[in-house]
Design a protein. Structure first.
Length: 225
């Protein structure tokens, strides 16, 4: 009996090391409810993205995050509203099946329908090697968000000197060959996000992950709906 109980304990401990149930969405919230001032433009629900099709797993045009990440993003939103900005969300939680869709698309080097918009200066064959596409994404852990600023005075997106999901050096947050205003807008977003507990990505000005993400080892795969 003692050996059996020990085996059960070892099994349970091993199971917990793999993280939470990847199909359990109970710790996730809709950003339309958690951050009601945010504007949603869910690119992967549409066909205007680097693939050119709606992405697997995006069943409705909503954004989801873990409760912890959503709470921190609400603090960002509240601060930026006092400065005349709203947040505009392009993507948040991303199911693993969507990441797999990206990888399958990247492996088909003949499909270049959206090249002129998202990777005009790159051959599609280098997307894996240069890190633009991978088989796993921090988005699937539920605490990463892609976003920009919406200027309430001009009623337009703030000019960031580059577009979301552009594959190239121009998307690096510290890229200097842009105007002073464009660089300043990037830094307004970056400073607000880092102040409230998010870390930036060195290659994408729009990408931020909660420092204390609650599921650092779990890649969720329930659909966005």
């Amino acid at each position: 009996m003692r050996k059996f109980l020990l085996a059960v304990i070892i099994f349970l401990m091993a199971g917990s090391a793999f993280g939470a149930d990847p199909y359990d969405n109970s710790d996730f919230v809709l950003l339309s409810e958690a951050v009601p001032d945010a504007i949603l433009e869910i690119r992967y629900y549409s066909t205007y993205n680097f693939v050119g099709d709606r992405i697997n797993g995006y069943e409705t045009p909503v954004a989801m995050l873990t409760k912890e990440a959503a709470k921190a993003l609400k603090d960002v939103s509240d601060e930026l509203i006092t400065k005349g900005y709203r947040l505009k969300i392009y993507d948040a939680y991303r199911p693993q099946r969507a990441v797999t869709h990206f990888a399958q698309w990247a492996e088909n080097v003949e499909d270049t329908r959206m090249k002129q918009y998202f990777y005009p200066n790159l051959d599609k064959s280098v997307l894996f090697d240069q890190g633009y596409i991978d088989y796993k994404s921090g988005h699937s852990r539920g605490s990463t968000v892609d976003l920009t600023l919406f200027d309430m005075n001009t009623e337009k997106e703030a000019d960031m000197g580059g577009t979301f999901d552009y594959f190239g050096e121009e998307s690096h947050p510290d890229y200097k060959n842009i105007t002073e205003e464009q660089y300043s807008n990037r830094m307004i977003l970056r400073e607000a996000m880092t102040k409230h507990g998010f870390r930036p990505l060195a290659t994408e000005w729009w990408h931020f992950t909660l420092n204390d993400e609650p599921y650092p080892d779990t890649y969720f795969d329930f659909p966005v709906k």
